[in-house]
Design a protein around this ligand. Structure first.
Ligand SMILES: [Zn+2]
Length: 185
């Protein structure tokens, strides 16, 4: 029995919500989910990308939540088909390689290394474009970009919020903020 009463999940009978969506410590309401769907150009055709038409950061859709927090739209979309992410650092990875796509059928929960393999396979990783440089986001182990790092240092998000948002550990956020990591920028 879906907990979100009154919402018709568009697109496909496989989309279902059997439990509340909780992202970055916030439980999404029916209203939030309605707003989410207003920003997705969904189609009954699950082969098509469902483009996000709201705000974005680094190409990824974001949705504002109460308390000035933002959640990534692709994480909401991934949840609609696959349920909550497994424990640990999991990313809503795109099989279509379109960051703003919110078609749950194009998304899967991937670990840090899946995410990297996924983008590596498609030649999107900086390590492939700049194999000679292994610094910052060009380091194969990095999920953060230089832009993320600068945002993290400026942002007033708590360590936990930033960790959830960027899909890294709280230890990484701490290291970024005190320049143990990414000291070169
Ligand atoms: Zn797609």
């Amino acid at each position: 029995m879906p907990l979100y009463g009154g919402i018709t999940l568009p697109g496909h009978p496989d989309l279902k919500l059997t439990q509340d969506i909780v992202l970055r410590g916030y439980r999404l309401t029916t209203k939030d989910l309605t707003r989410f769907f207003k920003h997705v150009k969904w189609s009954p055709d699950t082969k098509k990308c469902w483009m996000w038409v709201g705000g974005t950061t680094g190409g990824y859709g974001i949705l504002m939540m109460p308390g000035n927090r933002t959640v990534r739209a692709n994480r909401i979309a991934c949840w609609l088909l696959h349920g909550p992410p497994p424990e640990g650092e999991f990313h809503a990875c795109h099989s279509c390689d379109i960051p703003s796509c919110c078609n749950p059928f194009h998304l899967f929960w991937g670990s840090r290394s899946d995410n990297h393999k996924d983008c590596g396979r498609k030649g999107r990783c900086a390590t492939q474009r700049y194999p000679e440089i292994v610094l910052g986001s060009r380091n194969p182990a990095a999920i953060l970009t230089e832009k993320d790092v600068l945002e993290i240092r400026k942002s007033s998000m708590s360590r936990q919020e930033a960790a959830d948002y960027y899909g890294v550990s709280t230890r990484t956020i701490k290291a970024v903020r005190c320049r143990e990591k990414w000291g070169h920028i």
